[in-house]
Design a protein around this ligand. Sequence first.
Ligand code: UP5
Ligand code: MG
Length: 299
Amino acid sequence: MFRNLARSGNRLATASTRRTQRLYSTAPPKSSSGPTFPAMLAVASMGFAAYYTIVKSREGKTMPRRKETTTYEEEEALKQKRIAEAKAKKEQKQTKAIPAFSPEEVTVVFVLGGPGAGKGTQCENLTKDYGFVHLSAGDLLRAEQKREGSKYGELINNYIREGLIVPMEVTIALLEQAMNEAIAQGKEKRFLIDGFPRKMDQAVKFEEVVVPSKLVLFFECPEEVMLKRLLKRGESSGRVDDNIESIKKRFRVFIETSMPVIEAFEKDNKVKKISCDQPVEQVYQGVKTIFDEMFAEKK
Ligand code: UP5
Ligand code: MG
């Protein structure tokens, strides 16, 4: 048994010696002639040229950031988000509103001015003389408020009493419906839209979905004059907003919300101003001058 052990020990020792010699050979390396100096210089120059080109091409650019590692769920969520964004963009393009009428076919004049400036009064005259259809946004809202079964009745009443602007969807729908009805009855396709738009979003939406306006008549009037007229009218009008509290609120909304609409139209050179602090007939002469100039041929 000892002999066997010794023999196997010798075998192991021999194998170990062989392995050692093979792995850690002390034999001198084969001699090599090595690169020449010009070759080394050429390689160094090429390296420098490549480095210079890369540095120059990255000038002004930020260093690319190492891609952050994301989980499968994160990547999937990102993918879904991109798909949803692309879909929304496509839908937005497809649903871009086309105006119901073309401005060549239908003429719209917006009649704007503070509460009691005389918009309604002047529109009555223009209707007779120039064949325009007069649509007062306030009158349409009041009619809708009184209409039996209207789901907006209470809402409209509250907004008007507070001098606030009724959500535009309601007003624009009423105006468009009234325009369609007038056209169906064979009336002139020329409309005085009185007291509308009184807020920027209304102006943009109406021109986008109904028709772009041709002209904006702006009736300028001092507040104290308008107040006097409205209080006088309030004695018999029955309007829920012809009282001092509501009138003050209407004045404030006009300055804060409606004046910016007029200013925006002014930038488009669409506004004609008329001073209204004169008797009705005198104001009308000013209005007539503008209409004769713009619409005389269709009179
Ligand atoms: N009058 C007129 N001109 C005169 C003159 N030159 N000299 C002396 N007197 C004159 O006139 C008012 C009074 O003044 C009358 O008695 C008239 O005889 C006399 P009128 O022609 O009625 O003035 P108008 O500018 O039309 O005044 P109105 O009260 O109608 O103006 P508002 O703009 O306040 O009212 P509207 O009906 O348009 O709106 C009422 C409310 O509806 C708003 O406050 C708002 O709550 C709501 N609304 C919306 O929410 N969205 C809309 O788009 C429109 C209205
Ligand atoms: Mg009016």
